[in-house]
Design a protein around this ligand. Structure first.
Ligand SMILES: Nc1ncnc2c1ncn2[C@@H]1O[C@H](COP(=O)(O)OP(=O)(O)O)[C@@H](O)[C@H]1O
Ligand SMILES: CC(C)(COP(=O)(O)O)[C@@H](O)C(=O)NCCC(=O)O
Length: 334
């Protein structure tokens, strides 16, 4: 295949010019950092002091200049998609001679490796989209609530495969999204704890007809199941109105994973309730070796086998450099 979007990790397209680029051979339009960031000056709703305080309060170590240059224009683009969808729903109701009802939530999927920064992007977009008058109610859900409980993973002998497609109750996730996209009120999802490393019994997250629902998880762009488990050919992404794949070099993601592990060793792992409390006493060297082992044996394998291959299904692919700066964006052509 000629130079195209569907290429390996280390190949880079030859686009280096400043403006947005299109190639007849790619379904994506490509922006370098400079051309995307230049959209910010023409984008409404500049960040106010109180926005900055709120975003900083999320606890993510993110540079506000990055928020302004990359994520604020992205929230404006998403707003455009939401508005167009509502306008289409209205025209369609007119055509079908139906009363104009409320539209179902606009669902955005965010995919990518463990530790690539999905949760950070998802939290930022949630806050940024809440600022738009048309979408005050934006909710966020991670797919970890749909992991099978540890007892079941143990029974199946797949405790070491947490995060792989078979470790999720994918039918429950599909049912959840089908209910959201049918417009149902009070749709609930199970809750996962990163402290106990398990599903929290008797606890549910309730999603009640938001304007926008952001669904973030490793496997949200996975194609439909082909095993005997499958009773439908639907995939989770059939319920998405827009999807984002967060991309970075494997070596960078590994470093972010190890850094996060070292931080958790001093915070969450010290809790008596932590599944990983034995890690709290590791020396620096042991902690790095342990994190690298988990990365290499589990998360990198999942990235290569299951997550990265779904990248070409996303509406938008954002690529970060080793400093978490977005330096390339690819947006599906319309
Ligand atoms: N934009 C960013 N700037 C600085 N650090 C970031 C940024 N995005 C993510 N990180 C850090 O990288 C690590 C992984 O991010 P996280 O959002 O937790 O990943 P994921 O949800 O994909 O597992 C975290 O330690 C986070 O603080
Ligand atoms: C909970 C996760 C599977 C992520 O789930 P997601 O919300 O992406 O569906 C992942 O963060 C995880 O814990 N993986 C297991 C290997 C590890 O401990 O890194």
């Amino acid at each position: 295949m000629p130079e195209s979007f569907f290429e390996g990790e280390n190949s880079r397209s030859t686009f280096r010019a400043k403006g947005p680029q299109t190639s007849e051979r790619s379904p994506y339009q490509e922006f370098d950092r400079h051309s995307w960031a230049s959209l910010a000056s023409a984008t409404p709703l500049p960040l106010t002091e109180s926005d900055i305080r709120r975003l900083a309060g999320l606890g993510d170590p993110i540079d506000m200049r990055e928020v302004d240059a990359i994520y604020r224009p992205l929230s404006a683009l998403l707003q455009l998609y939401v508005n167009e969808q509502r306008s289409l729903a209205n025209s369609r109701a007119g055509f079908l001679r139906e009363p104009r009802g409320r539209t179902t939530p606009f669902v955005i999927g965010i995919a990518g490796s463990v530790a690539v920064g999905k949760s950070t992007v998802a939290r930022l977009l949630t806050e940024l989209m809440r600022r738009w008058p048309q979408t005050p109610k934006v909710e966020l859900l991670a797919t970890d609530g749909f992991l099978k409980p540890n007892a079941e993973l143990e029974r199946l002998g797949i405790m070491h495969r947490k995060g792989f497609p078979e470790s999720y109750d994918r039918r429950a996730l599909l049912r959840f999204l089908a209910a959201i996209k049918s417009g149902a009120p009070q749709v609930s999802a199970p809750v996962y704890s990163h402290v106990t490393y398990d599903i929290v019994p008797n606890e549910r997250n309730v999603v009640d007809q938001p304007d926008v629902l952001i669904v973030e998880g490793l496997n949200v762009l996975q194609p439909p199941l082909r095993s005997s488990e499958a009773s439908t050919a639907l995939g989770v992404s059939d319920f998405f109105d827009f999807s984002i794949y967060v991309d970075a070099r494997h070596e960078d993601i590994k470093n972010w994973y190890v850094d996060r592990f070292l931080r958790l060793r001093e915070t969450a792992f010290t809790s008596p309730k932590s599944y990983f409390r034995s890690y709290a006493g590791l020396t620096d060297q042991e902690a790095v070796a342990t994190a690298e082992r988990i990365w290499n044996d589990i998360n990198l394998v999942n990235l290569i086998e299951n997550i990265r291959p779904t990248r070409g299904r996303a509406t938008l692919v954002i690529t970060k450099n080793s400093a978490h700066r977005v330096n390339r964006l690819r947006l599906r052509k319309l």
